[in-house]
Design a protein around this ligand. Structure first.
Ligand code: PLP
Length: 453
């Protein structure tokens, strides 16, 4: 049934709403799903159809939809107040959250700056890094280094450290002039290495860039272990270890963007803390409230904070303000999210789920179009190829991922492939039998769309 023909709300949507990352003309024939309610790992549309949300609503919903404890925490806070400006005023939910974040992240990180989405968490880190260098007598350090295919948000500052033409192209003339470096590409490793033999030889271009340009480089920004928007491209922690050594050696900041991978996604609360890394800045958002309310945090270390801390007349303070910084309801949701994640047994309980995902990968690998199945903790992806031996991608014009998405909808699974990459980043509360459903359905959809092509 074409809901668009019958549903008044969808017609009003079409006439009044401009959706993100969407060719709106597609909605002439295929309207968005009209969601009426959501619970746990499921979404329910206006017709009562149920969909397994295997991408956790753009990767934010880590503890399932409509979680009673998170809802209650918000209600409790709402009884007191919902929001106050965060300059000159403060509140317990924000203080509690800052303390928990400091205590659970890398030990060098001691200060938390709140904002309200992943892009602003990145903007804050970029600006604090730049201002630090100005205030410590190194104003020439004003460029950022980022990885090809890296993604850090779509405001103009964040976009100028993104390495994807898809997002940059139209805005190129107004973006900051930063330095793009070719990063890891484990599926198509140009060094011909395998996980067993790899020592992150692909760090070489980064090493050279830093050696040659460190005098003008403020910071390197990176998505630790998983380049999400690039199609869940994954690489080993040794790359990050090398990066930290190189940046320390040449006095360049590191900005770890854990907006997508933070809060348990990789099987640890934070990648940086888990691997003993000490980023200069840590950017967090998405899962911080388990996808209930917008919130972000940028953490940094004492050395950075100290460069801004002075008499008022020095004008060294950080002038960056968002109206909804540290929204009290969002902080309450975040505190409850962290309490749930840090409850005894929660992280350990992910192991059987990660095993089930791995097992599912074996199943998907039997598809002739499976170029690679990859997994980091609770994130998994299958990269589809036209020719397995040559790893030849399907042309983007074929919209293979989109067709698989439509097949998924028919079968009650909400996937949203990234080009030729079908990926899974479900709420962490997904059960192993639901993981099996997700894998079986993806298998069926891929087979249906590509069989005979
Ligand atoms: C690694 C990373 N950084 C930043 C962002 C931007 O976050 P937001 O969409 O909340 O602005 C995203 C969003 O997908 C992301 O994956």
């Amino acid at each position: 049934m074409n809901l668009f023909k019958t549903d008044e709300d969808l017609i009003r949507d079409f006439h009044n709403v401009w959706h993100p990352c969407t060719q709106m003309k597609d909605h002439e024939t295929r309207p968005p799903l009209l969601i009426e309610r959501a619970a746990g790992v499921h979404l329910f549309d206006a017709d009562g159809n149920r969909y397994l949300d295997v991408i956790a609503s753009w990767w934010v919903n880590i503890l399932g939809h409509n979680h009673p404890r998170i809802n209650q925490a918000i209600k409790n806070q709402m009884e007191k107040f919902s929001h106050v400006m965060f300059a000159g005023l403060t509140h317990k939910p924000a203080i509690d959250l800052a303390e928990t974040l400091v205590n659970s992240s890398s030990p060098n990180l001691t200060k938390v700056f709140f904002s309200d989405n992943g892009s602003t968490a990145v903007e804050v880190a970029l600006k604090q890094s730049l201002q630090y260098w100005v205030q410590t007598g190194n104003p020439e350090k004003k460029q950022f280094v980022y990885l090809k295919d890296g993604y850090h948000g779509e405001t103009l500052g964040a976009l100028s450290v993104c390495g994807s033409d898809l997002f940059r192209d139209k805005f190129e003339p107004v973006l900051m002039q930063n330095r793009e470096v070719v990063g890891p590409d484990c599926f198509r490793c140009p060094y011909g290495l395998t996980p067993d033999s790899c020592q992150a030889e692909c760090f070489e271009p980064m090493q050279k860039t830093l050696e040659q340009n460190h005098a003008t480089v403020a910071a390197v920004i990176i998505e630790p272990l998983v380049q999400g928007a690039a199609g869940m491209k994954m690489y080993p922690p040794i790359y990050l270890k090398k990066l930290e050594e190189a940046c320390n050696a040449c006095d360049v900041h590191t900005i770890y963007d854990e907006v997508a991978v933070g809060f348990g996604r990789t099987g640890a609360l934070f990648v940086s803390e888990h691997h003993g890394l000490q980023p200069t800045f840590l950017c967090l958002s998405k899962g911080i409230t388990s996808g209930v309310l917008p919130l972000a945090a940028t953490l940094t270390e004492e050395k950075i904070y100290a460069a801004f801390y002075d008499e008022f007349a020095s004008m060294k303070m950080f002038i960056h303000s968002h109206s909804y910084s540290a929204n009290a309801l969002a902080c309450a949701a975040a505190n409850e999210t962290l309490a749930l994640l840090q409850e005894e047994g929660f992280m350990a309980g992910l192991q059987p789920k990660m095993d089930a995902l791995k097992e599912g990968g074996r199943q998907l690998e039997t598809l002739p179009w499976c170029g690679e199945f990859r997994q980091t903790g609770m994130i998994a992806a299958v990269e589809l190829v036209k020719d397995r031996d040559r790893k030849e991608p399907f042309p983007w014009q074929q919209r293979v991922g989109h067709q698989i998405f439509l097949e998924g909808l028919k079968r009650g699974v909400y996937m949203r492939p990234l080009g030729n990459v079908v990926y899974f980043i479900p709420p962490l509360v997904i059960e192993t039998n639901e993981i099996q459903t997700m894998i079986d359905t993806a298998y069926e959809c891929i087979d249906k769309v590509l069989g005979g092509k």
